[in-house]
Ligand binder design. Structure first.
Ligand SMILES: *Cc1c(COP(=O)(O)O)cnc(C)c1O
Length: 377
């Protein structure tokens, strides 16, 4: 038995014991047929999660945290003399902009307010005025705030202007149901530690085979992080080009099996139960949630710090942590907030138990309840 912690941070997520234990396997060289078979099962399962036709879409795996996917998509999928458009209303899309800067990619940073969905008219005007935009990049769910972006509508516009649509779905994949074709997405991405509830160190990009094949002739801007190179090697040899995270892959296979056992709708219903318990727990204590309800992902609640001199995130965090619950700070400049997330192998009961501890933590710090705000946020 491994001690069970309830992680309410935005990934890595709480895992099942069976996923943890799946890592304990006899040593194996990843060039063996047995391992190639596991890689094939993973590739198929990852595409199936977003209902992709396996003849049209593939999954390309990489060793790294989720940011590696962002780096790879941006550096690999831009043709020569073309531009990237980043629809930027949060910290993760800002990271996409930074990647463009680091590689010196021609790009437009469409910087928008972080507390609302993008202005579609402005987006269309930008696409109209810049016919050299070949790649549009955004984030499905800005994990820093809990804001959800309307990717289906954005994707429709992107395709109207003949650009490729790349979406960072790291914090929605295998949680909120996604249909890659119906949602007008060409490439999406995630890492094993989030929606599929496996271990850190494995990431994957799911997208159109024909576009990856065309990208073989695009400028090569990285050696290790090139999408076409990894795709082509996997197609020819059935394995990753360089050493894969072997034990993490065994855990990911187990996690995928558990995903399909639970089922897409049942899993989403469970995350929704957890999120509703988080939201009602917070509002019962007077906390204000940063993103309006109709724009929330249903996976992350960012609560504003109360105006109380006794409030201390660190003290509250430490009190909860010592009792098996992890809470996490927010990610908006100049605004104090903390996050409670509905990822992972947890359910309503865990949230009920969490709020008992969380109330104790606030009592312990002499924060008055319900919490107060000086100005209505
Ligand atoms: C977690 C996450 C990532 C990846 O972050 P890492 O720190 O590299 O794991 C990327 N995008 C989004 C939206 C995320 O939530």
């Amino acid at each position: 038995m491994v001690k069970r912690n309830v992680l309410l941070n935005p990934g890595p997520a709480t895992t099942t014991d069976t996923v943890k234990m799946a890592q304990v396997v006899p040593d194996i060289c990843p060039r063996e047929k047995e391992f190639v078979e596991i890689m094939r099962e993973l590739e198929e399962g990852l595409v199936k999660i977003v209902h992709g036709d396996p003849f049209v879409y593939t999954a390309v795996l990489f060793c790294g945290s989720g940011t590696i996917n962002m780096d790879i998509c941006l550096n690999s999928l831009l043709p020569e003399n073309k531009k990237v458009l980043v629809i930027n209303n949060g910290a993760y899309s800002s990271r996409g902009v930074e990647i463009c800067e680091y590689y010196g990619l021609a790009h437009i940073n469409l910087k928008l307010p972080v507390d609302r969905q993008p202005d579609m008219e402005l987006l269309e005007r930008t696409l109209e005025e810049n016919p050299d935009i070949a790649l549009v990049y955004t984030t499905h769910h800005e994990t820093g705030t809990g804001l959800l972006n309307p990717i289906r509508e954005i994707g429709e516009l992107v395709h109207k202007y003949n650009a490729v649509f790349v979406v960072d779905t790291t914090s929605t994949y295998a949680m909120r149901p996604i249909n890659i074709a119906e949602d007008n997405v060409d490439f999406l991405m995630a890492s094993a530690q989030k929606g599929i509830m496996a271990m850190t160190g494995l990431s994957f990009i799911i997208g159109r085979r024909d576009i990856i094949e065309a990208s073989g002739s695009y400028p090569k801007r990285s050696y290790y992080c090139n999408l076409y190179m990894q795709y082509e090697y996997f197609r020819l040899h059935g394995e990753m080009h360089f050493t894969p995270p072997v034990q993490v892959i065994y855990a990911a296979r187990q996690a995928l099996r558990e995903y399909f056992e639970e089922g897409e709708q049942a899993k989403w219903a469970r995350h929704t139960r957890v999120f509703n318990a988080i939201r009602s727990g917070l509002t019962a204590m007077g906390f204000s949630i940063y993103i309006p309800e109709n724009m929330q992902s249903g996976l992350v609640a960012a609560a504003l710090y109360p105006d109380d001199d006794n409030w201390s995130f660190e003290r509250v965090h430490d009190y909860c942590y010592e009792r098996g619950f992890t809470i996490y700070p927010g990610k908006v400049e100049n605004k104090g907030m903390f996050r409670l997330c509905a990822l992972g192998s947890i359910d309503e009961e865990d949230i009920k138990e969490f709020f008992v501890v969380f109330r104790e933590a606030l009592d312990n710090c002499n924060v008055s309840l319900p919490v107060k705000y000086n100005a209505k946020p």
